[in-house]
Structures are given as structure tokens and as C-alpha cells.
Write a protein that binds this ligand. Structure first.
Ligand code: ADP
Length: 478
């Protein structure tokens, strides 16, 4: 089997060993073999990015536009094929894989437009006769470290703005999903990206990621992943006094009030908690439900869950694919056991499932009779596990929703303008959803959270300019 190489300075680089990319729906199926970079490869990638930085920053907006647009068009034209690859390597369903691929194309399309709209200002000085000009310049070399759960969308929403604003990139994807990363970088090179502007180094975070963090030539790091690694990234960035942007975990609440439309509430809960196998940082993992609707809501959720098909990601009719790997499955099962031990009532699911192919199949788990103090409601599980918390009224629901170290998304299902408006204003989350699942966002508006969920400037939309540029103020005596 041929090995998919890394890209360093526009050259194929074979790394020190290979990563075998295993399909979580069928552990007998290998999605390919991918070069594993070393710490020295990461350093070479930084050197390549640095030597390309001067020319790329001055490459001109038409060239940058054309490359991003061409990339968007190729991704969109190949969305079925890449979506299938994504479903095979990550385990989300084919529909979700195709949807995510189309999203990556839309992101490149958006930033192809933004290249032509890099903001700047010119204004009079307080000193008569002088002008003041405020411009945005590239940050330089940016390190991008991404997780496995959105193998093409998250790389897209970091790489597209990085290139748009004239930066060079060292990109380290998660070890579990090298195929989408490789495909994206290949497309960008064929779209005309000059050598060294985007470098791909596959490999373990503790080696390749760590080498990037310790390299003083990297000017900014954007990271999405766990809180523990995020803290490490922030500490390294502080040591080097470089910019950093972190997207980490969530423990996102979905509040369901007595007056909610039951069908909408169940849709939001089941989609938000369990689709994409619950492996989204925006997943609803705490379902906070008022007394009057509680029993009807739980019954309807269980009925809905019992109709969902958990099976091979690419199989027609599958609603929920497998868990991404054995480690994550072990973590999910550990939390299910803790939930039981701490007194939660496992009302549905939670057991391993056998399917035709050997894969990491888990029946989505719904706990009832949980409290907000239980471990499963405090720590991020990152799997198809959710806890229902019964509350008296809206005030208690809001207090419970905000009682968490995280603050990525939150949601409320209600027909009341009064409560939905109050919730929108008082929820301590970066993104608030009304009668919508907590997961599922647009690409042209900011993405990010508060408290332990995020750190640094927002990602996506026009707001991405903040992280990927640095501001220069010039004073001119004409
Ligand atoms: P997850 O639990 O989603 O795998 P991680 O935070 O472990 O979350 O991984 C997210 C990304 O961070 C991955 O690309 C991973 O390889 C990388 N990573 C893990 N450890 C480190 C580290 N010490 N330094 C830099 N990157 C790391």
C-alpha cells in the first residue's frame, strides 16, 4: 500500500513511520497509510513556512482569492467522494460527512470573498494636518492543531482565514483523521498554493504538536481539542508571548420548559445530544427539563431513540455511526458506569452493539434522575451520553444551565418570548439557540464560547480577522 506523504516546503515528505488509518465502522478496513512526522519534520515545516512568509504576505489579493475559490469549487464538486472518505475514517454518517465537506467548501468560498475585503481605516489625526491609517497585516507563521471530530470543517475554518489574510501555515491534524487533512492540503496545492505556504505534518500531539509549541518561529497557534491540551497550548504560547486561540470542551445545556412544542424539544434534544455520535463540542449533554413536561419529554425521547439505527457510517439508513475508536469507547463506557454508580437512572441504551462489521458501536445512553452535581453532568464525555435534570421552573433551569465550568453553546425550547429573551440575555454561553439544537452553526458568523470552553479571539466569519492579522497604526504628515 502506498503511503500518503506529508507536505513540507511543497515537497513530499515521507516521515519516520506510518499511521494506519482504521475505519471505526469496520476495524478490518484500512483507509490508508499516512506518513508520521517527527519533531525534526515539524521544525523543517516551520522553516519552510518562514521562508515562504515574505512573498506570500505580498502575493496580492487576486492570487489569494483565486486559490481559495478554486479550492472551494473542487471540494464542492467532490463532496460525495470526500464525504464518504470522512465517514469512513471518522465514523459519522455519510449524510453528515457530505454535509461537513460541503461546509468546508462554503468556508473557503466565504474567505475567497473576504480576501477582497480586508478591512482598514483612514481617519484624521487629533493633530491638525496629520493622517492616521489603520491597516491589518499577516501575523506570520501560524500553527494549526486540530481534533478528529470534524476532520475537514475545522481544518477549513482555520486554514482558509490563515491563508486569506496572508499567513503561512504549519498544520497538524489529529492522528485519527489524516485522510481528510491530506486531501484538503493536496487540493490547495493543486489550486496553485506556492511551496511552503501550507505545510502538513501528521503525527502524535505529544511529539509533532509539542515541537510546534516549542518552536519560537511560530507567531500564533490556533487549537481545537481537549481542555487539558488547550491549557498546555496556552502555557506554551504565554512562554513565547505569541497569540493563541483555543476552542475546547462543552457541557452544553438544553432547557425544555413546560410550554415547549414537544416535537421540537425532542428533535432538538435527540439531534443535539446524539447525532454525530455525540462527538461534537456543541453537543447537548445536559437536558434541563421543567416538571410539567418532564415525563412526556422523557417518554418521547425514548420512543425516538428506539427508532434510531446505529450502524456502519456509510450504510444507507444509519442514523448514528460508531464511536471513533477504542479509547473513546472506553471513556464513554467509563462515564456510563460512573453515571449509574452515582445514582442516575439509565433509561435508555448505554450498551455495546454487535453489527455485521467489527466496529465501535454503542447504543446512545439517556440518563434520567440526574443532578447537576453528578460527574456525567460536570465533565465532558464526548460521546452519545446525556443526562436529564428535572427542575421546578425557569429560574432554576437558568441557574442549573449556567452552573458549569464551560460556556460554549446553550439552548432553550419554549414558546414564551419572555423566557426565550431572558435566556438569550442571561445564558453564560458564547452561542445561544432558541428552539434549535445546541449543535449546528452558520459559517459566516462568529463561533466560540466563554469560561473554560474558549480562549482568545473568535473563529469564523468576519471575526476571524482578529486572530489572523495584527493591526498597524501609521501616522502621516503629508
Ligand atoms: P482529543 O481528546 O479530541 O483527542 P486532544 O486535545 O488530545 O483532544 O487533541 C487535539 C489535538 O491536539 C490533536 O491534533 C492532538 O494530536 C493535539 N495534541 C495532543 N497533545 C498535544 C501536545 N502535548 N501538544 C500539542 N498538541 C497536542
Amino acid at each position: 500500500m502506498s503511503i500518503h506523504h506529508n507536505f513540507i516546503g511543497g515537497e513530499k515528505s515521507s516521515g519516520v513511520s506510518a499511521i494506519d488509518n482504521i475505519n471505526p465502522s469496520d476495524t478490518n478496513d484500512s483507509v490508508g497509510s499516512f506518513a508520521r512526522a517527527s519533531a525534526a519534520d515539524a521544525e523543517d515545516a516551520v522553516a519552510a513556512a518562514l521562508s515562504a512568509a515574505h512573498d506570500w504576505a505580498r502575493s496580492g489579493i487576486q492570487m489569494r482569492h483565486d486559490i481559495l475559490k478554486k479550492t472551494a469549487d473542487e471540494i464542492m464538486a467532490r463532496k460525495e467522494e470526500i464525504g464518504r472518505l470522512l465517514a469512513r475514517e471518522e465514523g459519522k454518517t455519510l449524510a453528515e460527512g457530505i454535509g461537513e465537506t460541503a461546509r468546508a467548501a462554503q468556508i473557503f468560498d466565504f474567505f475567497a470573498g473576504e480576501v477582497l475585503r480586508v478591512p482598514g481605516e483612514k481617519m484624521p489625526s487629533v493633530r491638525p494636518g496629520l493622517d492616521v491609517e489603520i491597516t491589518r497585516e499577516p501575523v506570520g507563521v501560524v500553527g494549526l492543531i486540530t481534533p478528529w471530530n470534524f476532520p475537514i470543517a475545522i481544518p477549513a475554518w482555520k486554514i482558509a482565514p490563515a491563508l486569506c489574510y496572508g499567513n503561512c501555515v504549519v498544520f497538524k491534524p489529529a492522528e485519527l483523521v489524516p485522510a481528510c487533512a491530506w486531501t484538503l492540503v493536496d487540493i490547495l496545492h493543486r489550486a496553485g498554493l506556492p511551496a511552503g505556504v501550507l505545510n502538513l505534518v501528521n503525527g502524535p500531539g505529544s511529539v509533532v504538536g509539542q515541537a510546534m509549541l516549542e518552536d519560537p518561529r511560530i507567531n500564533a497557534v490556533s487549537f481545537t481539542g481537549s481542555v487539558a491540551t488547550g491549557r498546555r497550548v496556552a502555557e506554551a504560547c504565554a512562554r513565547h508571548m505569541r497569540k493563541c486561540q483555543l476552542e475546547m470542551g462543552g457541557k452544553n445545556p438544553l432547557v425544555v420548559l413546560d410550554d415547549a412544542d414537544l416535537d421540537i424539544a425532542v428533535d432538538c434534544a435527540v439531534n443535539g445530544a446524539f447525532f454525530s455520535t455525540g462527538q461534537r463540542c456543541t453537543a447537548s449533554s445536559r437536558l434541563i427539563v421543567t416538571e410539567g413536561i418532564h415525563n412526556r419529554f422523557v417518554e418521547a425521547c425514548v420512543e425516538r431513540l428506539s427508532s434510531l439505527v446505529v450502524d456502519e457510517a456509510v450504510k444507507e439508513g444509519t442514523h448514528i455511526g460508531p464511536v471513533v475508536d477504542q479509547n473513546q469507547l472506553d471513556q464513554d463506557e467509563k462515564y456510563i458506569e460512573i453515571g449509574r454508580r452515582e445514582g442516575g437512572n439509565l433509561r435508555w441504551g448505554g450498551e455495546r452493539l454487535k453489527r455485521d462489521k467489527p466496529g465501535f458501536y454503542l447504543q446512545p445512553a439517556l440518563f434520567t434522575d440526574t443532578t447537576n452535581a453528578m460527574t456525567i453532568n460536570r465533565e465532558e464525555v464526548f460521546g452519545p451520553v446525556a443526562g436529564v435534570i428535572r427542575v421546578r421552573d425557569y429560574d432554576e433551569a437558568l441557574a442549573v444551565a449556567n452552573d458549569t465550568q464551560f460556556g460554549l453553546t446553550s439552548g432553550i425550547c419554549t414558546d414564551s418570548l419572555k423566557y426565550s429573551s431572558h435566556f438569550r440575555r442571561n445564558s453564560e454561553a458564547g452561542m445561544v439557540m432558541v428552539n434549535l439544537p445546541t449543535a449546528g452553526v452558520d459559517y459566516h458568523v462568529p463561533f466560540g464560547g466563554r469560561k473554560g470552553s474558549s480562549y482568545g479571539p473568535r473563529e469564523q466569519g468576519r471575526y476571524a480577522v482578529e486572530f489572523y492579522t495584527t493591526v498597524k497604526t501609521a501616522y502621516v504628515r503629508p
